[in-house]
Ligand binder design. Structure first.
Ligand code: NAP
Ligand code: MG
Length: 411
């Protein structure tokens, strides 16, 4: 069979540990035999980030700005033990934070559903996508320990030198202080990204915060979302039969657990960090959670939501066959290839991405799966495969679909 051509490259960002191993197997077995793969390759493994003084991370981000589409492997965010393990000269920043800072935008995390894998919340029959604002709040916060008694104040100096000062607290003794910020421009871009994504997915959009307590900060988010909705999206939402609603975050959580799923949930940075792990936990496994960073300029970076699966990697290094789930990483590749196909109008590439997803889901639905899914499987007796065995099973299923021309989108 002739390989499927690509008109333009995608940016390929390689990473660390077990996900780096899966990355190679996925490419060798599931992609390169079928697609004439064009990528601009960046090696973001920790040793190479160290070697380049982390310049390679910046170059990779700029690569996405040039080519619009990237796919990223899991990478280590170093902490002190990693500094010794990898003989680092400094604690390099999280690559995801560096790339997000370059691209801006919003991270959307969506679970991959398979009928035989039952969510812990049985009513969740449709996916819930968490849209996490990727700027500001505690992630760009300033904080310190207050050593002794004293007064803390919040001070703002405008460009003409005029200041405004509000007392925060009179400390009678030691304590702790934190300041956080956000920008209207970033919140506005976040709101647009969420409304567009909901329209794209044809799903309701929820936004939740705590404006009853945070009468300036969270109220600003709520107001910008409402204005953006009314000025730009109200009519298209109505025409699509989908809705936008603002809810208090505690109320949203109570409603979400009783819902059937099937909506996009816009969250402030910290809420999205926490809730995306809750949502992936309920839906089953981190190995089934995809993630895409969508920038306001229309750039896309696809990845799995999980990390480098260190525990499995150490077992792999000892010669053990691990049963690490490659599904989210496969879907990162299909997401990027499909987007490349959409942008370049290359139908065969889009059809291939569909076929590879379909093959992966059909293998799991047939009961052949990795260890993490086996305990969640109902209605069928699971056969636990190694990562390699699972990828090989997908390869055979993919060949069948491509030969039969019966894959979704092909024909
Ligand atoms: P992790 O790599 O997501 O793994 C945590 C645990 O979740 C694993 O030990 C495993 O549980 C389970 N798991 C995750 N993905 C799985 C998969 N595909 N298949 C089967 N099980 C899976 O998180 P971590 O151990 O906290 O972090 C490891 C490294 O990844 C750290 O250096 C961190 O900095 C980095 N990280 C990177 C990213 C990113 O690049 N986007 C995100 C998060 C973390 P069991 O061991 O119980 O099987
Ligand atoms: Mg988190």
């Amino acid at each position: 069979m002739a390989k499927i051509p690509m008109l333009k490259p995608i940016v390929e960002i390689d990473g660390d540990e077990m996900t780096r191993i899966l990355w190679r197997w996925i490419k060798e077995t599931l992609i390169c035999p079928f697609v004439d793969l064009k990528t601009e390759y960046y090696d973001l493994s920790l040793p190479h980030r160290e070697e380049t003084g982390d310049q390679v991370t910046i170059d990779a981000g700029k690569g996405i700005l040039r080519h619009q589409v990237g796919v990223k492997c899991g990478t280590i965010t170093p902490n002190t033990p990693r500094m010794e393990e990898y003989h680092l000269t400094q604690l390099w920043k999280s690559p995801n934070a560096t790339i997000r800072a370059l691209l801006g935008g919003t991270v959307f995390r969506e679970p991959i559903l398979v009928p035989c894998i039952k969510p812990v919340i049985p009513t969740w029959v449709k996916p819930i996508t968490i849209a996490r604002h990727a700027y500001g709040d505690i992630y760009e916060g300033v904080e310190y320990r207050v050593p002794t008694a004293g007064t803390a104040a919040l001070v703002f100096t405008d460009t003409r030198g005029k200041t405004r000062q509000e007392k925060i607290c009179d400390f009678e003794g030691p304590g702790v202080l934190q300041s956080i910020h956000n920008k209207d421009s970033s919140i506005c871009a976040f709101a647009h990204a969420c409304f567009r994504y909901a329209l794209d997915k044809q799903q309701d959009l929820w936004f939740a915060a705590k404006d009853t307590i945070s009468k300036q900060y969270d109220q600003t988010f709520k107001g910008i979302f409402q204005q953006t909705f009314e000025s730009t999206y109200q009519d298209s939402f109505r025409a699509s039969g989908i809705t936008y609603r603002y809810t208090l975050i505690d109320d949203a959580i109570a409603r979400a657990v009783r819902s059937a799923g099937g909506f996009v949930w816009a969250c402030k940075n910290y809420d999205g960090d926490v809730l995306s792990d809750m949502v992936s936990g309920v839906f089953g496994s981190l190995g089934m959670m995809t993630s895409v960073l969508v920038s306001p300029a229309g750039n896309y970076e696809y990845e799995a939501a999980h990390g480098t699966v260190t525990r499995h990697y150490y077992r792999h290094l000892q010669g053990e066959e691990t049963s690490t789930n490659p599904t989210a990483t496969i879907f990162a590749w299909t997401g990027a290839l499909r987007k490349r196909g959409d942008l370049d109008r290359t139908e065969p590439l889009i059809a291939f991405a569909h076929a590879l997803e379909q093959a992966s889901l059909e293998v799991i639905a047939s009961g052949r799966m990795t260890q993490d899914l086996a305990g969640l499987c109902t209605g069928i007796r699971p056969v636990i495969l190694s990562s390699r065995g699972f990828i090989q099973a997908i390869r055979l299923q993919l060949e069948r679909l491509l030969e039969g021309g019966s894959a979704g989108g092909i024909g």
